[in-house]
Design a protein around this ligand. Sequence first.
Ligand SMILES: Cc1ncc(C[n+]2csc(CCOP(=O)(O)OP(=O)(O)O)c2C)c(N)n1
Ligand SMILES: [Mg+2]
Length: 798
Amino acid sequence: MTAEAAETASAIPPVPVDRAAALPSSTGPVEAGVLEEIQRRVLWLATRMVDAANRERDTGDGVKVGGHQASSASLVTVMTALWFAHLDPDDRVAVKPHASPVLHAIQFLLGRLDRKYLTMLRQRGGLQSYPSRTKDPDPVDFSTGSVGLGAAAPLFAAVVRRYVDAHFGPRPRSRWIAIIGDAELDEGNVWEAVADPATRGLGDVTWIVDFNRQSLDRVVPGVRIDEWRRSFEAYGWHVQEVKYGARLREFFTRPGGDALRRWIDRMPNEQYQSLFGLPAGEVPDRFLDDAPEEVRSLVAEVPAEELAALVTDLGGHDLGEVLRALAACDDVADRPSVIFAYTVKGWGLPIAGNPRNHSALLTGEQIGALRRAHGLDEATEWDRLDPASAAGKWAAGRAAHLRREPRRAALDVTVPAATGVRTAKPVSTQEVFGRVLVDLSRSKEVAPYLVTTAPDVATSTNLAGFINRMAVFTPAQRRAWSVDPLLKWSEGPTGQHIELGISEMNLFLLLGQLGLSWDLSEQPLLPIGTVYDPFVCRGLDAFIYGTYSGARFLVAGTPSGITLAPEGGAHQSTITASLGLELPGVTAVEPAYAVALDWLLCDALGRMARGEPGAYYARLSTRPLDQAPFEAARARLGDEALRAQVLAGAYRLVEAADLGPDAPVVHLAAAGAVLPEVLAAAAELAEEGVAAHVVDLTSADRLYAAWRGALREGLRTARPPRLPAVLVDAFGVRAPVVTVHDAASHALAWLGSALGVPCVPLGVDEFGQSGSVRELYELHDLLPGSIVNAALAALSLR
Ligand SMILES: Cc1ncc(C[n+]2csc(CCOP(=O)(O)OP(=O)(O)O)c2C)c(N)n1
Ligand SMILES: [Mg+2]
């Protein structure tokens, strides 16, 4: 909005409260006036923080800083009520991304954030634009930013707590609170989370919807509250509304007050919202447009000025009402609760309720006026509450009450280096994955911490063996009705598999929260999820969310690529290998052979058990592979050296035969299911007089990271970079390279650069279709003949 528009918009005065009234809090009764004073300071600091970032910082690049004064103001009352009255130390809260200034203002007033950060919103090394567990300097329970995920995260954290309590004994009670924008309810993931049976019955969950009826672009059309109420109730939630402030509630008790209430309730958002920007004199006409006679006569005696304040007096800015609703949610212990808190976007600011206020910023003059209105000046504007005042004393008491000890991420267990999986027959990595888990489930030391989850694909991703032994987790014991000799799923509170409906979003959200259980539930776990690799992208945003939040987990994407062959179609995964490579905080592995996978899985779980940060993504296949080539490499290199190379990301599977000093040399480097074709190509090349080494890339991700790390070190120190040892060991001689991958060819194409040689990348760069492995490999040039030709092409490019 323009400065002029902001200037003319009317400010909504804070609701006057009976300052002496006692409000309930978790640390005893508190005078309403004390909380009122605190929330005024929160409003000021949150607003000014955004203002300073925008008006007083020269970034030198012309790119706007931004920030959300209106979205923040909307939640000042709710968040003041939470931190300064409702919360206990073990409660955890997700805060709507655009209210991060409010969270930081509160942390500052509680003494948990240094003063210097208040002028460092959205500045390097300062406060993040949106709450961040990993990057903000003050305590943040849940990262938010991608709307919808912040709503679901505490719900899944509660699922995890229920699991932890059942397995390891009850932790001190936590309430799991999500403060979300009303437009966040448009995100499908919110409803996927609410609908899943795994999230039912969680009485410690409360969502607070900042019901300001505005999104980014517009006033949310119509009146959606009834739809939402019915939806939540259908999913077994308890619904509260905090709709009217004290003045309106008083007015409703007058004769005819019911009619006024009905009139306001039925008014479309658009009409109601339009009252905010109006000069007070125009409010009565707009408000009474089409109103029934009894409403007209009821408000006839109310002066225009007062009417504007009256009809915009909403419960989400009434501290007592908010606390009442929170207490009502505490009383409902058998299901999650949602509070619709009616609020004003931009409450207490001159941009209140303006339809274009989402990114609007107050002008310098408006800030000056606001500063004066809050009784501050330039010398005092960044102060904490006066420690000698009632508000200052109350804040200090709350800070002491909310103090929490840091938690430990490590488990006191040692995961074995290998389970010793046997490999007599051809076997697929997916099958080995299942066997390794069954084996670990027999370990008295490790098994208690293993927890698996899958979105309705547990059996088809080989988790069945684990589940048969460890059972499915349900809060109460369930009777088994069918007796299937192969599928022995008993369900009860000791089960260690959490089954989800088909929602990959939910899978990654749950994995993310399982992976933070060490912090949020004081119990480190070893979480393992499975997903059809083609559907990793369905949950990708939640995958990113979990890893950005610092979660530790392992996910197996299986089966992957076009190698799922007859089963595939448009849904064969080709870009997931690149995702694995590129996702920060995720180590992607794609071994071809059983023992290599065993080592990699045990190593990953061992790192998780030691509390090391990071997630793991294993891209697996259902294609059975002959294990003899690996056994030959094992005999040649020895277990110790081979294991080290497998974990580092690459080893030489086959040494080319010595064809004499003049024979051309080529490297065939490949990952996963395509190794048999690569081995056959190497043999064909040998017959044609070309010496082909075969390198198995067990983790192109780690290999790339090692190479990038070396380059980065080089460019930062202005010294020539040195090839990392893993590349030298696996490739040795300088020779052209062909990369072969059941994934987008791009994912491995960088190897040429890394080795400083010509590279011909083979892979899958089109959508898939059904067919046999042979037919599809032929279609994408992955058969030995094509690999041979690619090798000759690479040699010609020397
Ligand atoms: C997944 C995602 N899509 C889009 C955005 C951009 N965006 C940020 S806030 C917002 C509107 C939010 O409206 P609401 O949730 O009602 O919050 P309010 O600002 O009204 O408090 C949008 C579209 C985002 N942050 N995340
Ligand atoms: Mg909104």
